[in-house]
Design a protein around this ligand. Structure first.
Ligand code: GDP
Ligand code: MG
Length: 490
């Protein structure tokens, strides 16, 4: 409990930091359309993916302890359902687990209380396949489940009316844990599952946030059959991921859907008894999701902090190069002015205006020099400045050193933004303002992520009942418990 409070308070600190320092920059430069903290301020999320009829919804019902999601052999439910707990007091009125409130996609995508505004871009068809169910199950106290339409072989993305893999990618990015569920009949052979595992998930989440589940194992006719299915799944996964090591696969089934209870199983299938504990293991792993949250947040702050810093650094480096260019051109103008002035004086002396006294001659020469300098600073310099701007846009990658893979990855993510901003402003913006923003972003990136990782180490050493003090984290002046009091997971 102390641990949960501690995690919540750290999270609140971080959300505040992001809201105060990263979000204003992200919104101003078009890095994000919605406040960055929208993704992290809500409760931890567990995304459940998998083939159609692999038993995702049944498994979710099993965990919740009631038939909340519709289930069936055919592709029954083609919606993304956010299943979360009801914070309102009335939800606790009855012990029976039930849906206390339902909302449609339009509501969910437009309410800033939820972190799903970014999904609006997937269009109306998606909105009509997106919904929220509030359920008063104790399982949802610390996390939210997201049930998804089953992955299919036959339907192309266009038929769905929205880009399924993109939606999965966005949800996976927010999720603290992704469950990929298979069943013995189609162990790892479904096309959309294949694409998700091979292309979508690796770029949008981290390996340690993905759990593979072989569900419906009660349908294997014998232990040998199960081993064959397991082997097939392992082989398919290694083909998909290109990895030699086999990830951990949880073996489970839902007694809710099983015809025979474990006690009544015939001799061929009594191996299931030995696998009973696997479901609890899986449940434990899911309930651990909130603990990945801090890690997730540290990565979130680091990634966005690094990208925004890289973006601002590019603007600064452009302006520095421009300043050098201006100084150089100013000096050239001065030199040309002096030369022209000297040449004019010399010409006046040589060609007849000898009646002028020396002072007048020098003044006239100086006047010519100044006129040339003034002229230089207007038209030619403007022309050269726009050429400088054009050249830098054409050779854009030279503006920033890309010595490491991380910098190259970050550059990939923000290059188009920096380009668009420089083009739009024609390079005219306040260098001072950008420098201030850069310093603030760097502070959050370094301080936020470092301190949260330190707190994580302390958490790892802390037993569940041990109180955490504010000095423990060094993260805040406010004591975590004090801050947590009025605070819900949101
Ligand atoms: N025997 C057995 N049937 C299951 C199990 N899990 C789900 N089912 C059945 O498989 C069908 C599809 O389940 P559902 O949860 O709707 O799959 P989803 O499409 O992945 O959500 C339903 O008819 C369930 O009753 C299981 O563990 N064992
Ligand atoms: Mg389902």
């Amino acid at each position: 409990m102390y641990r949960e409070n501690y995690i919540n308070s750290l999270r609140a600190e971080l959300v505040e930091m992001v809201a105060d320092h990263l979000t204003p920059v992200a919104l101003r430069y078009g890095y994000s359309d919605v406040p960055l903290e929208a993704n992290i301020k809500w409760r931890p999320q567990v995304l459940v993916l998998g083939n159609y009829s692999s038993g995702k919804s049944t498994l979710i019902n099993e965990f919740l302890g009631a038939d909340i999601q519709a289930t069936g052999q055919a592709p029954t439910d083609d919606s993304f359902t956010i299943i979360t707990c009801d914070d309102s007091a009335s939800a606790g009125d009855s012990d029976e687990v039930r849906i206390t409130e339902e909302r449609d996609g339009k509501f969910l995508l437009n309410d800033p209380e939820y972190p799903f505004e970014t999904l609006k871009k997937h269009g109306l068809r998606f909105a009509s396949h997106f919904r929220l169910k509030k359920v008063n199950s104790p399982f949802l106290e610390t996390l939210t489940l997201i049930d998804t339409p089953g992955m299919l072989d036959s339907i192309t993305e266009r038929d769905r009316g929205y880009n399924y893999q993109e939606v999965i990618g966005d949800l996976a990015q927010m999720a603290d844990l992704v469950l990929v569920v298979f069943d013995p009949h189609k162990a790892g052979t479904v096309r959309e599952a294949y694409i998700s595992i091979r292309e979508t998930l690796p770029t949008r989440t981290f390996e340690d946030r993905v759990l593979f589940v072989l569900n419906r194992i009660d349908e294997c006719t014998s232990l040998t059959d199960l081993l064959r299915v397991y082997g097939t799944l392992c082989w398919n996964l290694s083909q998909i991921t290109g990895r030699k090591d086999i990830p951990m696969i949880h073996l489970t089934y839902s007694p809710r859907a099983t015809a025979a209870s474990v006690d009544g199983l015939d001799g061929e299938r009594n191996y299931l008894k030995n696998l009973e504990n696997q479901r609890d293991e899986l449940k434990k792993a899911i309930l651990h999701a909130p603990r990945h949250r801090l890690d997730h947040l540290a990565t979130f702050v680091e990634t966005h902090g690094e990208r925004l810093a890289h973006f601002l650094e590019t603007l600064i480096s452009y302006r520095r190069a421009f300043r050098m260019f201006r100084i150089k051109q100013g000096l050239i103008g001065l030199l040309v002015g002096v030369l022209c002035g000297a040449a004019a004086t010399f010409a006046m002396m040589t060609y007849g205006i000898s009646s002028m006294d020396q002072r007048m001659l020098l003044a006239a020469g100086g006047g010519v020099g100044l006129a040339v300098l003034f002229f230089w600073m207007t038209f030619p310099l403007k022309f050269l400045a726009s050429r400088f701007h054009r050249n830098h846009l054409n050779d854009f990658d030279k503006l920033t050193p890309l010595e490491s893979q991380t910098r190259r990855d970050n550059w990939q993510a923000i290059r188009h933004l920096a380009y668009a901003y420089l083009k739009k402003t024609a390079g005219r913006f306040s260098l001072r303002g950008v420098k201030q923003e850069y310093r603030a972003v760097c502070r959050v990136r370094d301080k936020g992520a470092r301190e949260i990782r330190e707190a994580l180490n302390e958490l790892a050493a802390m037993s569940d009942d041990e109180p955490a003090t504010s000095e423990d984290s060094g993260f805040s002046q406010k004591a975590p418990q004090e801050k947590t009091r009025g605070q819900v997971n949101r």
